[in-house]
Design a protein around this ligand. Structure first.
Ligand SMILES: [Zn+2]
Length: 177
């Protein structure tokens, strides 16, 4: 019977990390954008949209998107929505494998579509709360992921490791060709 010692675990972890550092590439994870109240206009608290009134201290006519006279009533910053959005992204380095429907290993982990990839990274890099290995990862929250110039959606995430959880595997499906 083979016995896995702490030393083996340590060697394995170090090797995996070294491979990821050498071959890993960045995956960009797109999370829900952060919404903030527009500073250019006053929010209508009843309808929860822009009131169309300029906030004091801002001059719409100097805004790049200002078009007179139409924009005299529409805030050029938020287009009347009352809120502006800031993109929220996280980058995680990892390696990928193209999944093949005919690959037995891939079948065993539930992959059925050719063209999908399995992205692997250090779990610690992807945890929303780095102190909770059982917690949610950024991939669980992802709206989309870009890797090697291709857009994906996350199909499934799984954590694994010897004894301790330290690897995250993410099955992703292409959303563009
Ligand atoms: Zn506005």
């Amino acid at each position: 019977m083979a016995i896995i010692t702490d030393r083996h675990v340590s060697i394995y972890q170090t090797t995996i990390s070294a491979v990821r550092d050498a071959l890993g590439r960045n995956a960009t994870i797109y999370l829900a954008p952060t919404q903030v109240e527009c500073v250019y206009c006053i929010l209508d608290p009843v309808r929860n949209v822009s009131s169309g009134i300029t906030a004091s201290g801002y001059d719409w006519t100097t805004h790049d998107d200002y078009v007179s006279p139409y924009n005299d009533k529409v805030c050029p910053e938020c287009q009347g929505i009352g809120y502006t959005e800031t993109a929220n992204t996280v980058t995680v380095q990892g390696t990928s494998k193209n999944l093949d429907y005919n690959d037995t290993d891939d079948k065993n982990i539930g992959v059925f579509k050719p063209g999908d990839i399995r992205f692997s990274c250090d779990l610690a890099d992807a945890l929303v709360d780095s102190s909770d290995v059982n917690g949610e990862t950024y991939f669980d929250r992802a709206r989309s992921v870009t890797f090697d110039g291709v857009n994906y959606k996350v199909v499934n995430t799984s954590k694994s490791g010897l004894r301790d959880l330290y690897t995250l595997r993410v099955i992703m499906e292409r959303t563009n060709k």
